[in-house]
Write a protein that binds this ligand. Structure first.
Ligand SMILES: NC(=O)c1ccc[n+]([C@@H]2O[C@H](COP(=O)([O-])OP(=O)(O)OC[C@H]3O[C@@H](n4cnc5c(N)ncnc54)[C@H](O)[C@@H]3O)[C@@H](O)[C@H]2O)c1
Length: 381
């Protein structure tokens, strides 16, 4: 059985779905590994490093025609054409946007797995790419804020005078938000955090931040631990109360997402107008419309004197460790899927395990409509 690792072709993507470390582990399990030439370049893994780990270096088409194809992003239509019938594709599949990819994968006979559908259960944590990448994003977002903010985050007492610690507000205390709190705390900022799911209060406080609480008259907790959309009345209340809090912030890191929906607008133009000159907003929801209407995806803009950062792919700015984590997640996922039967590697029954059953999107030339419907309802990536 051979694992193929094509170079990512999405603009700005630096990650790679297998590293020399996971190549070595795959080889030790008896798998062959075919890595496209320069696939690891963006993440600082050379072809030689893959060769030394036991991979063969191949061209794009050969990497795509393996038995198992590991990718970060969903394969393009052109890539799908080169995949072989009966092969397995493992990648993010952008489940909220059906642009014909599912049908193309099914028509090609590819059995495809969507990593964003991995259930958020303890047993699946080692395979959970959403979490591993969100943690990296939360860390990097704070560093980006610190870079853009023209002042200190920690309190500084020097012979030239002192500086007050920055007041950082983190909106959304999911995986990215909690990592942002931890990182801002390490940098010495004073942190407040808000989430529409009240149950995260304890986690926020355990990281040394203060929890901002509003009486909205309803809970924002939806299915599977994700947030749900609030009623228009509760949204209005939330917006008003949050606007007053946000005006006091030096730095805002906003991470609020609702699966398969546009990001909720939480940082109003009025809030931005109320912030001081040189304050910073890092809007981590920029890819899905932004938590601030003034955010421009993939740009840093200054509005009403406030610096607003709309980076949409933070993990790509940490390519080596983002690839290390992503690749380990994929290795663990593949191990769940295969077994050694009398010295021969085979796929297990994909329906027998909750994790592979929930992530399998196309199988034997069919799109699993129930799975994709569920993805859109529950929300994934
Ligand atoms: N293996 C596991 O057990 C595991 C692993 C990772 C995450 N989880 C859980 O999965 C869930 C989703 O986490 P995620 O990081 O993917 O979340 P996410 O990226 O979908 O959303 C980020 C945060 O934004 C918040 N949010 C949404 N609308 C908001 C609003 N209007 N105002 C304020 N905040 C708002 C959400 O509540 C969430 O905390 C969480 O419950 C998390 O604890 C479990």
């Amino acid at each position: 059985m051979k694992v193929g690792v094509p170079k990512e072709i999405m603009p700005g993507e630096t990650r790679v779905a297998a590293t020399p470390e996971t190549t070595r582990k795959l080889r030790a399990k008896g798998l062959a590994v075919a890595v496209e030439n320069r696939a690891g370049e963006g993440a600082h893994f050379t072809d030689d490093a893959y060769r030394m780990a036991g991979a063969e270096i191949v061209d794009h088409v050969s990497a795509l025609s393996a038995d198992v194809v590991f990718k970060v992003h969903k394969p393009t239509f052109d890539e799908i054409r080169h995949m072989k019938s009966g092969s397995v594709s493992v990648s993010m599949l952008d489940m909220c946007h059906d642009d014909g990819t599912f049908d193309a994968l099914a028509d090609q006979g590819v059995n495809s797995f969507a990593l964003e559908m991995i259930p958020r259960i303890a047993r699946a944590q080692a395979m959970d790419t959403l979490s591993s990448q969100a943690g990296i994003a939360g860390y990097r977002a704070v560093l980006e804020a610190a870079r853009l903010y023209g002042r200190f985050l920690p309190m500084m007492m020097t012979s030239a005078g002192s500086a007050k610690p920055a007041r950082v507000i983190v909106i959304g205390a999911g995986v990215a938000g909690l990592q942002a709190i931890a990182t801002a705390r390490r940098l010495g900022a004073q942190i407040w955090a808000y989430d529409v799911r009240p149950e995260v209060k304890e986690q926020v406080q355990s990281l040394g931040a203060k929890f901002i609480e509003f009486e909205l008259g309803e809970s924002g907790t939806g299915q599977g631990g994700y947030a749900k959309q609030l009623s228009p009345e509760a949204r209005k209340k939330e917006e008003q109360m949050l606007t007053d809090e946000l005006k006091k912030a030096d730095v805002i890191i906003s991470t609020a997402l609702i699966p398969c929906m546009p990001a909720p607008v939480l940082i109003t133009e009025e809030a931005v107008r109320g912030m001081h000159e040189g304050a910073v907003i890092v809007d981590m929801a920029a890819a899905t419309g932004g938590n601030c209407p003034l955010t421009v995806p993939d740009q840093v803009v200054i509005k009403h004197g406030v610096i607003i950062c709309g980076i949409t792919n933070f993990p790509a700015l940490m390519p080596s460790d983002a690839s290390n984590f992503f690749a380990r997640n994929l290795y663990n996922f593949l191990m769940l899927m295969i077994e050694d039967k009398d010295g021969e590697l085979r796929f297990r029954d994909f329906f027998a395990d909750e994790i592979t059953n929930m992530t399998l999107i196309t199988h034997q030339a069919k799109v699993r409509f129930e799975t994709t419907k569920m993805a859109k309802k529950k929300g994934a990536g």
